[in-house]
Design a protein around this ligand. Structure first.
Ligand SMILES: C[S@@+](CC[C@H](N)C(=O)[O-])C[C@H]1O[C@@H](n2cnc3c(N)ncnc32)[C@H](O)[C@@H]1O
Length: 309
């Protein structure tokens, strides 16, 4: 009798629910933090379903090829490879973006930068007389997957965008995302160090948005292995205090911005006072900061001229 039970358990098929439960337990034992969520996302993506669909298909058995492919995904996640590199894509501001290990995985925090950029743009565009209307010129500095450039192009029909990165392979991913969303006609991709490719375009830009590497060295040890062992160091490392590139960008952006232009910088929460100092030193009229949903300072907005002054 005991033998019969064992063999019937062995032949029990791997249904969606059984796999989710097994994978959640396995990934939890390996130290993966959101194991259930990851199990569901990896399985739903593999089967071409949404996570809600999974709940409606709990009893669906997997065929052997699906099972083998899922096993490989779980093996990769168990050594902390990020889910988005395994599935090859990530949602950002409701847009689906391709991601590869050559680019940073777009973060929800960066949606704050996009929201504030859109608010500034919409205010500027409503203030501008139709007769004065010219393209709204935006730079996405350190474009990576193209997340910021593509989202802004999507939501600002009047915008022409320059998407810059030092990494050629990141720019290839960004280009492919722009094509996917049919936006390459309005996005110019340029490779180079910071704003060097645009250095002659004085007083030209309405917005410069930059999510540059800003992680200070002291923070690397405390980072999750998903980030520090898999995402490109080039996208994260901002030097000893995290400000190496940001300070240069503050200096370079000032002459390139129009008089009502703004520089938006994603930042590490402890960098606020040094960013204010740099803003003052390079003649910006006002520096505002915003907190992310976790209550950390995450965004600095440097207005070229003081809007109240
Ligand atoms: C934090 S990632 C941001 C990626 C993307 N904008 C996002 O928000 O998801 C920073 C990006 O800056 C790029 N980068 C690093 N150093 C740079 C430099 N000196 N000039 C231009 N881009 C640089 C990296 O290649 C990386 O793609």
């Amino acid at each position: 009798m005991k033998k019969q039970v064992q063999s019937s358990q062995r032949s029990e098929s791997w249904t969606v629910l059984r796999l989710i439960r097994w994978t959640t337990k396995y990934l939890t034992e390996k130290g993966v933090k959101k194991a259930r969520l990851d199990a569901e996302v990896l399985l739903a993506d593999l089967l071409g379903l949404t996570r809600v669909d999974l709940y409606l298909n709990y009893d669906r058995p997997l065929i052997p090829s699906e099972l083998a492919a899922f096993k490989e995904r779980v093996r990769r996640r168990a050594v902390f490879e990020p889910v988005a590199y395994i599935t090859g894509h990530k949602e950002f501001y409701s847009l689906d973006l391709k991601v590869t290990p050559e680019v940073l995985i777009p973060r929800p925090e960066t949606e704050l930068l996009v929201e504030e950029a859109l608010k500034i743009a919409q205010k500027r565009l409503t203030e501008t007389e139709d007769s004065e209307m010219e393209p709204f010129r935006v730079v996405d500095l350190g474009t990576g997957s193209g997340a910021i450039a593509i989202t802004l192009a999507c939501h600002l029909q009047q915008a022409v965008i320059w998407a810059l990165d030092i990494s050629k392979s990141a720019l290839n991913v960004a280009r492919s995302n722009a094509e996917q969303h049919d936006l390459n006609a309005r996005i110019n991709f340029m490779q180079g160090d910071l704003l060097d490719p645009l250095k002659d375009q004085i007083d030209c830009f309405d917005l410069i948005a930059a999510n540059l590497p800003y992680v200070p060295w002291s923070a690397f040890d405390g980072m999750d292995p998903d980030v520090k062992d898999f995402e490109p160091r080039l996208a994260l490392d901002g030097g000893e205090d995290g400000l190496d590139l940001i300070k240069k960008a503050i200096a370079q952006a000032a002459p390139l911005l129009k008089s009502k232009g703004a520089l938006l910088l994603e930042i590490w929460p402890t960098q606020v006072s040094r960013i204010r100092e740099a803003g003052e030193a390079f003649g910006y009229g006002q520096v505002n900061v915003c907190k992310d949903l976790a209550g950390h300072y995450r965004l600095a907005i440097l207005m070229k001229n003081n809007p109240g002054g």
